[in-house]
Design a protein around this ligand. Structure first.
Ligand code: ADP
Ligand code: MG
Length: 567
């Protein structure tokens, strides 16, 4: 069985191909979304998912979230006394999902299709593969998240070759992609986005509103961290409640006093206007990059938990002048699409129906000199050869000429990026080409860039009419570190003591109660303390039925204090 996995920044999900359709697999708590959070308990036990996320505020030093942002970088994350690479933490999430699938399917799961953002560069992709391998999974394919989303909405079952626009607003990132199926090949034609825009930013807006209307007695110069967390959580609850109601209540209990404020959809819309504005730009850019008009889109599909917000749906509807397709839950679409892809792999006969191609996520080019309008020469201007969103493998050639009489060589500085000034781009290599003597502008060099999915950039330079040719193969060396000692690292990670799966719900409830305790003071704090004590006593009894009842009771009491918990 090949599973499909959405390894998300905020939440992850796993699905499989079953009875001719994709199906989500629940985790040990029965949820189909597993927060991408990892935490170590005081005893060194590993918690993954909701219990880990609840510990984010009570045990920040032993808990990690949003590590997907650092995939493919040299960033290390310290948990307790140990430092982890981002792909190692991702592997712990993957291993947990794998265990959930094995428990659910009753068989070993060793192969997976994993999704990655379309803009992930090669190193980030390799890091994702490594994460899979560290979790004991053979990664059969990495596919682009928007491609997976389009598959879950059935792009491969369409007759017409019309593009889908995938609008993905998650916890902290916003991605817009144009996906097209042509001649049996699915292609991401353009991707654009804002990697600092998501549900969290909308929470910030509500936190600001609450600070304005609640008399919390806080010293603005010394913001209280516990209070900030409390407000953030109240914001998340209110924002979610607003999905099903026109008016909700924002509520916190702080210093024994209850503070509430009504929040209407219109207030929220007004306060969030600057964020709403930022949703437009990437949409326009992706249309422009692919030379498409909004009217040519076959579907606009909503993906990512934050597109559940009616405010976002209305904005999208206005932007395109029609309703987006929301037939599939936005936070399930990517995992379901990965399972569709896994299904194709399993039924090898159908495989040729869908091939997935890729795009180059950034522009590649060389630095050149130019004359400015006053005739002076300016160095260090970027001249793109392969532009971002070009379908790869790609090969493009550009011709450059000398700037001075009797110049002896042309030095090609090779860059990756989008900025006009090369200093703002990433320098990835260089190549020197000797040239025959001649007048300025009359000696030319053809420079060919060839880029493929392996992430190798081949640069071929030749001087037409001569046999002068130079070649460079550019490859990111820091990459080797990513794949060294894989086997021993996998063994190290496999040795971690994992908190028992059948205890996941208890761990999550307890972690939530402890978090709630930290946010309270005075009598309310005592009350929370007592209910934690009561639950711990029952837990120690090891009587399963009683524990289940006590956990339900605990959750009910917590819901009363802080409102229903969310996933
Ligand atoms: P990611 O792709 O970042 O891993 P998701 O697609 O799971 O994440 O989206 C997570 C975000 O979705 C969170 O910020 C959460 O607040 C938001 N979200 C989930 N459900 C709702 C809802 N009902 N209303 C508003 N926002 C929601
Ligand atoms: Mg996502």
């Amino acid at each position: 069985m090949i599973v499909g996995i959405d390894l998300g920044t905020t939440n992850s999900a796993i699905a499989c191909w079953k009875d001719g359709e994709p199906a989500l697999i629940p985790n040990a708590q029965g949820d189909v979304l597993t927060p991408s959070a990892v935490s170590f308990t005081e005893n060194g036990e590993l918690l993954v998912g909701l219990a880990a996320r609840e510990r984010q505020s009570t045990d920040p030093d032993r808990t990690a979230t949003v590590f997907k942002r650092y995939m493919g970088t040299d960033r290390r994350i310290t948990l307790g006394k140990k430092r982890y690479r981002p792909e190692e933490l991702s592997s712990l999430v993957l291993a947990s999902l794998k265990a959930d699938a094995e428990a659910y399917l009753g068989e070993e799961v060793s192969e997976a299709v994993i999704t990655v953002p379309a803009y992930f560069n090669d190193k980030q992709r390799r890091a994702t593969r490594v994460a899979g391998e560290l979790a004991g999974l053979t990664v059969k394919r990495l596919i682009n998240e928007p491609t997976a989303a389009a598959l879950s909405f059935g792009i491969h079952e369409r007759e017409l070759e019309e593009p889908f626009l995938v609008f993905d607003l998650g916890g902290g990132t916003f991605d817009v992609s144009l996906v097209e199926m042509f001649d049996g090949i699915i292609e991401v034609r353009a991707s654009a986005g804002d990697n600092q825009l998501g549900g969290e930013d909308f929470n910030e807006v509500l936190v600001a509103l609450m600070r304005k209307s609640f008399d919390l007695g806080e010293d603005p110069d010394q913001p209280d961290e516990a209070l900030s967390k409390l407000l953030r959580e109240a914001a998340e609850r209110a924002r979610r409640a607003l999905t099903n109601a026109n008016e909700v209540e924002m509520r916190v209990v702080w210093n024994g006093a209850e503070h509430t404020r009504a929040l209407r959809e219109a207030d929220f819309a007004e306060a969030a206007e600057p964020l709403i504005q930022r949703l437009r730009d990437p949409v326009l850019r992706s249309l422009r990059d692919s030379s498409l008009r909004a009217s040519e889109l076959a579907e606009i599909v909503l993906v990512g938990g934050s597109t559940r917000m009616p405010l976002v749906r209305k904005t999208v509807t206005k932007m395109f002048g029609r309703f987006p397709n929301a037939t599939i839950d936005p936070d399930h679409a990517i995992a379901l699409g990965a399972a569709v892809r896994a299904g194709f792999l399993e039924r090898q006969a159908d495989l040729s129906e869908v091939r997935l191609t890729d795009v180059c996520p950034f522009s590649l080019g060389v630095g050149v000199a130019e004359y400015d309008h006053r005739g002076g020469m300016r160095d260090g201007i970027f001249s793109p050869i392969i532009e971002r969103n070009t379908v790869i493998p790609a090969s493009r050639v550009e011709t450059y000429s000398t700037m001075q009489d009797n110049q002896e060589k042309i030095r090609l500085e090779i860059y990756q990026g989008e900025a006009r000034d090369v200093v703002d781009n990433v320098r990835i290599g260089q190549l020197e080409v000797p040239v025959p003597k001649g007048r300025a502008h009359e000696v030319a060099v053809d420079v060919r860039f060839t880029y493929d999915t392996s992430g190798l950039l081949e640069v071929d330079a030749n001087v037409p009419g001569t046999d002068i040719a130079r070649q460079a193969l550019i490859y990111d060396k820091s990459d080797d570190e990513l794949t060294t000692n894989l086997e021993s690292r996998r063994k190290q990670l496999a040795k971690l003591k994992v908190h028992p799966r059948d205890q996941a719900a208890n761990a999550a409830a307890l972690a939530r109660a402890k978090r709630c305790y930290e946010g309270q003071l005075g009598p309310m704090r005592d009350q929370v303390s007592q209910i934690i004590g009561a639950f711990e006593t029952v837990l120690a009894s090891q009587e399963e039925r009683q524990i289940d009842e006590a956990r339900e009771r605990l959750i009910e009491q917590l819901d009363q204090i802080e409102g229903e918990n969310y996933l």
